[in-house]
Design a protein around this ligand. Structure first.
Ligand SMILES: O=C(CO)COP(=O)(O)O
Length: 306
């Protein structure tokens, strides 16, 4: 029943998103109206998600790439560049380079691990615990990346528990959600995203330490970036899901960032969308000039807000 309603939400949201581009302010009313229908059965709260007021955030996910020499070069190039002081920039090197990168990057940048174990230390061969990350002064961790969901079999429940544990021991978390092309095409986009989000709620006590990354699987590493309207439509929906659970004020402060084939040519347009609070960048984060340009796309957002 709820799943069916979530599917019905898609066309309404889509129509509204298209209108939002030319008629600022109406998308949230439309999304809000659509979500109120959902809320009547899925939640006792009746809320309308306000647009974001959150600080811009750019993450660079280096994935399983790099040699000692290439990582050193990338760090040098990032250090030679500059990023706006009013945004958060966080890079996630492979574990083996994490400490080296943390110690050699200048202060404008923070580091994240790409993953951690779901529990505390113990007999978990090959894993790194959240406690170890805290102990080695790593502030952030990525959880729920689609590559870990699909290649390592991580379920939403597992991702939720891992996210909760990482937060409980003091990390900040970039929690990823996103649908496959099949899920989008078969009409289960909203259901998929909602169930990934619902798995986080029982585990997260402090949403100020969570960044939600919307990464459609079909856009990751494919060069097929979501259009600004497609991304905005989903981000507004995710903010409504957050608002239904946490209230509008908290939801407006949660960063919702977009990932999937972001580069220096498409970031500015994406950054103008009211619910896109930044990016999680894969391939383009390995090229310092592109990554720095993506960080500077916050200027497009400021222009829109002015
Ligand atoms: O998975 C991603 C970031 O976590 C996105 O990767 P690409 O930017 O290479 O598509």
């Amino acid at each position: 029943m709820i799943a069916a309603q979530l599917r019905n939400f898609a066309p309404a949201a889509s129509k509204c998103a298209a209108r939002r581009v030319t008629l600022p302010g109406q998308l949230h009313q439309c999304i809000g109206a659509a979500s109120r229908n959902l809320a009547s059965s899925s939640s006792p709260r009746d809320v309308r998600a306000e647009a974001s007021n959150a600080r811009f955030f750019v993450g660079g996910n280096w994935k399983c790439n790099g040699t000692h020499a290439s990582v050193e070069k990338l760090v040098q190039e990032l250090n030679a560049g500059s990023v706006p002081s009013d945004i958060d920039v966080v890079v996630a090197p492979p574990f083996i380079f994490l400490d080296m990168v943390r110690l050699s990057l200048k202060n404008e940048y923070q580091v994240a691990a790409q993953n951690c174990w779901v529990k505390s230390d113990g007999a978990f061969t090959g894993e790194i615990s959240a406690e170890m990350l805290v102990d080695t002064l790593v502030p952030w961790v990525i959880t729920g990346h689609s590559e870990r969901r699909s290649l390592c079999g991580e379920s939403s429940k597992f991702v939720g528990e891992k996210t909760g544990h990482a937060l409980d021991v003091g990390l900040k978390v970039i929690a990823c959600v996103g649908e496959t092309l099949d899920q989008r095409n078969s009409g289960s986009l909203w259901y998929t995203l909602d169930s990934q989000m619902q798995a986080l709620f029982p585990n997260v006590k402090d949403w100020s330490r969570v960044v939600v990354a919307y990464e459609p699987v079909w856009a990751i590493g494919t060069g097929q970036v979501a259009t600004p309207e497609q991304a905005q439509e989903v981000h507004a929906y995710l903010r409504t899901v957050l608002a239904n659970k946490l209230g509008e004020e908290t939801a407006a402060g949660v960063r919702i960032i977009y990932g999937g084939s972001v580069n220096d040519g498409n970031c500015n347009e994406l950054a103008t969308m009211p619910d896109i609070d930044g990016f999680l960048v894969g391939g383009a984060s390995l090229k310092a000039p592109s990554f720095l340009q993506i960080c500077n796309s916050v200027a497009s957002r400021r222009t829109m807000a002015a």
